[in-house]
Design a protein around this ligand. Structure first.
Ligand code: URA
Length: 272
């Protein structure tokens, strides 16, 4: 190899090692690319199972995720405990995230299965993927400190809108969230918390089916309803702890949201 090429190769290697040392383990574009929609990744191959709902025709330009959603719905309905739901999710091959960035471990929940508050984040990050539990990295540690300060540390169950790490910690796409949604809904109906705390815009928008940004949604109560209409819960969107790590000045707004939530919870606990 000519000397100039060797120097360039060594330079590239040392630059990559420097980035890897700093935790950069994937190359990303500014916008998430839906690789199913662009045809770069084939839609997930689903194991043979009975599908209960007839698949709806794909809308132009949208990936056809209806078979994966129907299968997730059928499997979720069979789970009669949070533990069996977690096992079902681990064995589910319908979400492409499982085969993209994740170390293939499903990250489902941590906390009290009878908790009065269910915290729903966006999706697992690198630390969560490695340890198999949601919110255990830096953002999770901040979340834990905030929950403890609000007296909520033993009163929450924590989960996410998707159960596998999106590559490079990008935001999960609406298709990925839609495929995982039946599992999330089943988790909510099994836990039957008294309220939901939605951490971050991608969680609030997916769970509440809203288009507004998190800065407008946060701090306001919404009603979440299960698809069969049998369960209705108050849901409060708030800022994502990873955002708070980048923008510490926003912590007071998240803190005010947590106080709004505890105030409602404690009000329900007080004898009339
Ligand atoms: N961010 C999330 O939204 N969820 C996690 O589990 C970790 C980081």
């Amino acid at each position: 190899m000519p000397a100039a090429d060797e120097t360039a190769a060594r330079y590239s290697e040392s630059l990559l090692a420097f980035w890897a040392e700093g935790g950069v383990d994937a190359m990303l574009l500014d916008e998430a690319v839906d690789r199913i929609a662009t045809g770069q990744i084939a839609p997930p191959r689903l194991p043979e199972r009975k599908v209960v709902a007839a698949p709806s025709p794909a809308r132009a330009g949208q990936p056809d995720i209806s078979a994966a959603v129907a299968q997730a719905r059928a499997l979720a309905a069979e789970a009669d405990s949070l533990e069996s739901l977690a096992q079902t999710i681990s064995g589910f091959d319908g979400c492409p995230l499982k085969f993209e960035g994740a170390a293939s471990r499903a990250v489902v929940y941590r906390g009290d299965p009878k908790a009065p508050v269910m915290v729903i984040g966006e999706g697992p990050g690198q630390e969560e993927d490695l340890r198999g539990q949601p919110f255990v990295g830096r953002a999770g540690q901040l979340l834990d400190r905030m929950l403890a300060a609000a007296g909520l540390d033993n009163r929450v169950l924590i989960t996410n809108t998707v159960f596998w790490r999106p590559p490079g910690n990008r935001t999960p796409t609406p298709s990925e969230q839609a495929i995982c949604a039946p599992f999330l809904e089943r988790a909510i109906t099994l836990v039957r918390p008294r309220m939901l705390l939605l951490a971050g815009g991608a969680s609030a928008k997916a769970v509440l089916k809203k288009e507004e940004g998190i800065l407008s949604l946060r701090g306001r109560w919404f009603e979440w309803r299960s698809s069969d209409g049998n369960l209705e819960l108050p849901a409060l969107p708030t800022l994502h702890p990873a955002f708070l790590l980048r923008q510490p000045a926003a912590k007071k707004r998240a803190w005010s949201d947590l106080l709004t939530l505890t105030e409602r919870l404690d009000r329900q606990d007080r004898p009339a």
